[in-house]
Ligand binder design. Structure first.
Ligand code: LMR
Length: 397
């Protein structure tokens, strides 16, 4: 059976991890995978996570199976974190949440669930979107199409084209929206733009699937959930995928959540039963450790406050990295305007260079980024920014 196989290339994002780790260059710079790094280039375990881990070790009494829904307490706390504690849909028992293996697991559950509801549904994703979105949705049997989003020339959102495209999307289709920190462009909808997109969604009747992998990395925990909360107040049905990889730094624990909102409590429970059926067929039940840490933190006033502070440190550091790179490029005499990097949000921006320049940066300077020139801003530090800006300047000359 295996004899007929031909090798597939490594994943365009995750493949960079290995290439970077194997590179002996003393000044190598990793702007590939979206992980937070501190000033020394290290991805730390948050102090609140360490404290929660200690508490769990002391109090955990069993490792028996949980259930396909995962931890009920985690699900409740994650729902409140995303939608807000007193959201009308939450109070009306219209939202059901399950724990999932990371944000990717949440997306796969959502995709299989959509396929179960409407096998012929088209899922519309922004052009561009996270590279894995398309592969993942297609693997679940969905047809993927794109709507216009990022304008590579003006470094802004093609908002008119986007809304014009959304106005043509049919009721049975699904539209994927990024809640905040758009991956890969860093260009987010403003609240006013969200309002317009929400009005179109309500009018057209298609189902919004919102991917919120970076809550708290843009403007703040509540600010980043603006689109989710307003959308949930305006439409009958919605699916939300969230991740604890970045905002809790729990990357390898694989913990996220998938929420569905139906138009009443009875339909929500029916939809949940279908989602649980889908989950049983993929991984049966989610890992418990990350969920246990998140619920310990969110349910404890002191740890929750500590988490908010540690999250703010990560957010502020990423934002200052943006300005630091822009300033350094200017200092190195770069003529092109890179100010857009400071205006964008979250973990990523496109540098806006071509694939052969990306390859030169990798080959000659050991600077790693995705071929599209997406850079992970968190990989910039006080220690590497000079070398990075100098190298970018050299390929732009
Ligand atoms: C990224 O886009 O770099 C992250 O979401 C990590 C991943 O799985 O691709």
């Amino acid at each position: 059976m295996f004899n007929s196989l031909t090798p597939l290339p490594a994943d365009p994002i995750l493949g960079l991890l290995t290439a970077y780790r194997e590179d002996p260059h003393p000044q190598k710079v990793d702007l590939g995978v979206g992980v937070y790094k501190d000033a020394t280039g290290h991805t730390p375990i948050l102090d609140c996570v360490k404290a929660a881990e200690q508490q769990r070790t002391d109090t955990e009494t069993t490792k028996v199976y949980i259930s396909p829904t995962g931890s009920a307490q985690f699900n409740q706390l994650m729902t409140e974190l995303a939608f807000g504690q007193r959201h009308q849909a939450l109070l009306a028992d219209r939202i059901k949440t399950v724990s999932t293996p990371g944000g990717t697991g949440a997306l796969r559950v959502a995709a299989e669930f959509i396929h179960h509801c409407k096998p012929n549904a088209v899922i519309w994703v922004s052009d561009p979107t996270w590279a894995n979105h398309t592969a993942l949705f297609e693997a679940a049997g969905l047809t993927v199409k794109t709507y216009p989003y990022y304008d590579y020339d003006s470094k802004s959102i093609k908002f008119e084209q986007m809304t014009a495209a959304l106005k043509n999307i049919a009721k049975d289709d699904v539209v994927l929206l990024h809640a905040c920190c758009h991956n890969p462009s860093g260009m987010d909808l403003t609240p006013a733009q969200w309002d317009e997109v929400i009005a179109i969604t309500a009018e057209q009747g298609f189902t919004p699937l919102i991917d919120m992998a970076y809550q708290g990395f843009g403007d703040g925990i509540d600010e980043d959930a603006y689109g989710v909360r307003q959308m949930a107040a305006a439409v009958e049905e919605l699916i939300l995928c969230s991740s604890c990889s970045k905002n809790f730094g729990l990357y390898r624990e694989r913990i996220g959540a998938c929420s569905l909102m139906a138009n009443d409590s009875v339909k929500a429970n029916i939809a949940l039963s279908v989602m649980l059926y889908v989950i049983r067929g993929i991984y049966s039940m989610p890992p418990a450790h990350g969920a246990a840490l998140v619920e310990t933190i969110l349910d404890n006033t002191e740890l929750r406050l500590q988490w908010q502070q540690e999250l703010a440190v990560m957010r502020n550091r990423i934002n200052s990295n943006r300005q630091m790179l822009v300033n350094k490029l200017l200092e190195k005499g770069v003529k092109q305007d890179f100010n857009f990097i400071a205006r964008q949000k979250g973990m990523f921006s496109f540098l806006g260079i071509n694939p052969s320049q990306v390859a030169t940066l990798k080959k000659e300077h050991s600077i790693y980024m995705v071929d599209s020139s997406r850079i992970s801003i968190a990989g910039i530090s006080e220690g590497n920014v000079d070398y990075l800006a100098q190298s970018i300047a050299s390929i732009l000359r």
